[in-house]
Write a protein that binds this ligand. Structure first.
Ligand code: SF4
Length: 362
């Protein structure tokens, strides 16, 4: 299917025809996971779940950066915020995630210097303007954001900005997909793969998932007809018993990805094990700052030892992230836990599954 203009991606006639075609084709009961939080929100916003046949179940996955940040990393960030002369810079949502007994927002209210920034280059500016302070950027996000953070670290080194460092909490999505499949806790028949991550990494990593587990993957855009077209392609693969990677989002994603961005990322980072909320420690699923850039690595320049924490009591975020539970299975949903007073990160982040369920009141 060839689609060109933005209006087309929202064209009701095209959407109706895709819905019809999905209905005509779909026979098997299937559970499809949208990995990424941006898809979760788009699926709810456009009411896509309600137009699918009952045998197609959509499950939300681990692709919300704030949600998968491990509790221990929230606590380490809070410890950093309490360190004298430190300015914490980060993307907004992370500030509100409850850690063990505090949050960055609470630390800020109590006098810590915690600043929300829109880009790493804003964080660099904070470092330039505060040469006597240590500016730490809390780096969260997947393959999409990591290259821009790599660029900021390179800029800091070139400029001799020694008071700028990054706590790299970045994560790579394909290892999490494999962890979900090998865990076998929830059935996933196909993956709706994130368009923006795939712009960077291409499709090679998904090929490995297909080879190893026989689970088809379709790289999908974020407009309503993109998602419907992606679902149609995934259903077609499943009905034909075909396991392969398809790119629905071909106007943006190339199979080889963005070689330049990957090179930038690899210059600064190397794969390392990472702790995920809900999924535990997964080998090679995180990005560690290479030795050559160690001055800019907050994990090496600060003491970040904290006691091993427990996840918030009663919060089912871990199960929600694994697709084992939905927010509706959580007794706190919309009662004790709301976007105004969130108990867990899945309600804090605008990309979180609980926040999406809450906003669109499924
Ligand atoms: Fe956690 Fe709140 Fe979601 Fe329940 S509704 S799983 S408490 S974030």
């Amino acid at each position: 299917m060839h689609m060109k203009y933005l209006d087309e991606y929202r064209d009701p006639d095209l959407a109706a025809s895709l819905i019809r075609r999905i209905g005509d084709l779909s026979r098997k009961p299937v559970r499809l996971m949208e990995i990424c939080g941006t898809h979760t929100v788009a699926i709810f916003r456009h009411g896509i779940r309600s137009v699918l046949p009952e045998n197609i179940v959509l499950v939300s996955g681990p692709g919300c950066p704030v949600c998968v940040t491990a509790q221990i990393d929230i606590d380490r960030s809070i410890k950093l915020a309490r360190t004298p002369d430190v300015i914490i810079t980060t993307f907004g949502d992370l500030v509100r995630v409850p850690g063990s007994g505090s949050s960055l927002a609470r630390e800020k209210a109590e006098g810590a210097d915690v600043r929300a920034v829109y880009s790493t280059f804003d964080a660099l500016n904070v470092a330039r303007n505060n040469p006597d302070r240590k500016v730490v950027f809390l780096g969260i996000g997947f393959e999409t954001t990591a290259p821009t953070i790599a660029a900021a670290i390179i800029a800091a080194r070139e400029e001799g900005l020694k008071n700028f460092s990054v706590l790299s909490l970045h994560k790579l999505l394909p290892p999490a997909m494999e962890a979900l499949l090998s865990g076998g806790e929830t059935r996933i028949d196909g993956f709706i793969c994130p368009g923006h991550v795939s712009v960077i990494i291409g499709t090679g990593a998904y090929e490995a998932v297909v080879r190893e587990y026989g689970t088809p993957c379709v790289v999908v855009g974020f407009e309503p007809t993109d998602i419907l077209d992606g679902l149609y392609r995934l259903i077609r693969l499943l009905e034909n018993n075909e396991a392969k990677v398809e790119i629905q989002y071909g106007r943006v994603v190339q199979p080889e990805g963005n070689v330049k961005a990957v090179r930038l990322l690899q210059t600064v980072f190397e794969p390392a094990q990472a702790a995920w909320r809900g999924l535990g420690v997964i080998p090679d699923s995180g990005l560690k700052i290479r030795d050559a850039f160690s001055v800019h690595d907050a994990a090496r320049t600060f003491d970040l030892e904290v006691p091993v924490p427990e996840d918030p009591k009663g919060c089912a975020c871990s199960e929600v992230i694994r697709g084992v539970k939905t927010p509706l299975d959580c007794p706190f949903f919309a009662s004790k836990c709301t976007p105004e007073e969130p108990v867990g990160p899945c309600m804090v982040s605008t990309e979180g599954t609980c926040a999406a369920y809450y906003k669109y009141r499924v």
